[in-house]
Every structure is written in structure tokens, then in C-alpha cells.
Design a protein around this ligand. Structure first.
Ligand code: AMP
Length: 302
């Protein structure tokens, strides 16, 4: 089944305690589609400026990602600049330049409209809604967001949440959105906005999935080499939605497996700057790491 994603394609400038990268390929939709491309057919909707090089398009093509819906417009590509301290879980945004995103209105190619799975990656919630209006009858819709939109476009965001099945969000942003600290209370409040399922990403502490009355906890793999957490959340979402789209069935068991595949993709992504780790990755490595997650949490009953 095919998976549609709308989000940002960006040039990121990132500084971590272990190094720095300037104007490298990034963006929520880029990380998402690259991670998901290991599982399913991805259709990308986004916008770039005249400064976006062919080499990046070649990379998407190599990953089998459809980019007919990637519009090129006059102006500069979206830029994001962020920094991380030793507390790698939270990025400090130093600069956001929307550029071509400011006047972007997504227009889905005809072949995208019957996608069964839809992911509204981190982007202006009004654009997320625009995309939902153009898809025919998706089987599953999930979305992400960040503090930039929680603070800046709360009403539009709440409207979007009323239209989605799943929200995938990090812990700090979930607390900000719910205006609560306790994660159980956060989950109750967010689920009351509309989504049936809430996934809270907790960086090096793993992820929690709230699905009705059930809660599933996934750890994060203790990794020796962590260089750049940028895109971990989007890679998680890409693995999660990519696996569901590949599997085709949505039930508690497949959702739990998807959370682990999401954690696997996030764990690879943080091992290098930009998308570099995902450039060389293969499906065997992904499945081997899935088994590592399994043994990490396996214990005997008494
Ligand atoms: P994360 O997976 O949460 O680490 O997301 C990182 C990506 O989000 C970066 O590659 C940025 O280009 C992108 N990003 C940052 N701010 C925004 C924003 N306001 N809207 C859309 N994308 C953004």
C-alpha cells in the first residue's frame, strides 16, 4: 500500500557537542520518506526553492521515493538552524526561515489522491489540513507537530487533530500542547482533541503508545555512538508508518511492531549527521536491530 507524506524539505544547520553540519539536507518530510522507503512506496509532497540541488533529488530517486508532488518555486528553500547541548533530547531552535513555505499551497498529483496511508509531518497545520481535503479515503492518517506551531497556530492545530487517527509527538511538545506535566494526563487530554492513538517520543528514554485503554512502552536502544538527534522523530514516524503500510493490517499487535520499527529507524538516524546513516542502510541491518530490541526487553515470567 502507498504512503503519502507532506512536510518540510530543508537545509539544516546543526551543532551538537560532537560536531557541526552546515546547510545539509534535512526537513521533516525528507527524514520521514527516507526511513519509510525501506518498507513501502512513498509519495512526497513538499516545496523547495531554486537553490535545491539535483544531487538531493537523485538521492530521493535512488530510495524509490516518488517526488512528483515536490514543487519547485522561485525563492529560497526552507532553512532551520538548531543546537543541542549534552541533553540531546531537546533541540534549541536558533533560526527558522520559512522562505518558499510562506506562500506554499500543496496540490496533490492525481496519482497521490488514493493513498491508503497519510502522514502529515511537521509543517504549518493549515497546510496539513489542505492535504487532508485532497485525499480520497485514506485507511490511516497520522500527524506530527512542534512547539513552533503549538505556540503560533494552536487553533489550526487543534482542528487538524480532530481529523487524524494518530498523533506522534515528543514529550516536551505533548506537555506544551496539553498544558499538563503528567504524561497519563497529557495523553487523556490530547486524545480528547480527536486522535484515537497517541505516541509520545521520549528521545533516549524510548516511546509510549496510548491506544484507548492500553499503553505500550518501547525502550530506546543504548547506543555507543550518537552524533546528531536531528530527524530522529521523523525517522521514527517513517519506520512506524512505513511498516504499517507494508503490513496493511492495523491492530494492537501491528501497531506495537510498528513502534519498534520506528525506534529502529530513529536509532540508526542518530548515528550520523543529516541523513547520512540512512544512505548506506539496508533491510537486513534494520531487521537485525529489530531483534536487538526484542532481546533488550525480553524476560522470563515467574
Ligand atoms: P525532528 O525529527 O523533530 O528532529 O525534526 C527535525 C527536522 O524538522 C529538521 O530537519 C528541520 O528541517 C525540520 N523543522 C524544524 N522546524 C520546522 C518547522 N517549523 N516546520 C517544519 N519543519 C521544521
Amino acid at each position: 500500500m502507498s504512503l503519502l507524506v507532506v512536510g518540510s524539505v530543508a537545509f539544516d544547520s546543526v551543532k551538537t557537542p560532537f560536531g557541526e553540519a552546515k546547510e545539509v539536507l534535512g526537513g521533516s518530510a525528507t527524514y520521514f520518506s527516507t526511513a519509510a522507503s525501506y518498507f513501502t512506496q512513498v509519495k512526497l509532497v513538499a516545496v523547495v526553492g531554486e537553490d535545491f540541488p539535483e544531487t538531493h533529488l537523485e538521492f530521493l530517486k535512488k530510495r524509490g521515493i516518488e517526488f512528483e508532488g515536490l514543487e519547485r518555486r522561485p525563492g529560497r528553500t526552507f532553512r532551520w538552524k538548531g543546537e543541542y547541548g549534552y541533553q540531546l533530547n531537546e533541540a534549541k531552535t536558533l533560526d527558522t526561515q520559512l522562505n518558499v513555505f510562506e506562500s506554499f499551497r500543496p496540490k496533490l498529483p492525481e496519482t497521490y489522491r488514493d493513498a491508503s496511508f497519510v502522514f502529515l509531518a511537521n509543517i504549518d497545520p493549515e497546510l496539513q489540513l489542505d492535504v487532508l481535503k485532497q485525499v480520497k479515503r485514506p485507511k490511516l492518517v497520522a500527524c506530527d507537530t512542534m512547539n513552533f506551531w503549538i505556540g503560533g497556530k494552536r487553533d489550526a492545530l487543534i482542528k487538524t487533530l480532530g481529523e487524524v487517527d494518530i498523533l506522534v509527538i515528543n514529550d516536551g511538545e505533548a506537555r506544551e500542547l496539553a498544558q499538563e506535566f503528567n504524561l497519563v494526563k497529557v495523553a487523556k487530554k490530547i486524545l480528547s482533541f480527536g486522535p484515537k492513538i497517541l505516541i509520545i517520543k521520549r528521545g533516549e528514554y524510548g516511546a509510549l503508545m496510548f491506544n484507548g485503554q492500553t499503553v505500550f512502552a518501547a525502550p530506546a536502544l543504548p547506543l555507543e555512538n550518537v552524533f546528531d538527534p536531528t530527524g530522529a522523530g521523523d525517522s521514527f514516524a517513517g519506520g512506524f508508518m512505513g511498516y504499517l503500510s507494508q503490513n496493511g493490517t492495523i491492530n494492537e499487535a501491528s501497531l506495537r511492531q510498528a513502534v519498534i520499527y520506528g525506534s529502529v529507524m530513529a536509532s540508526f538516524n542518530v548515528e550520523a549527521f543529516s541523513l547520512d546513516r540512512m544512505r548506506t542502510l539496508n533491510r537486513e541491518e534494520i531487521d537485525a536491530r529489530y531483534q536487538e530490541f526484542k532481546s533488550l526487553t525480553s524476560f522470563e515470567s515467574i
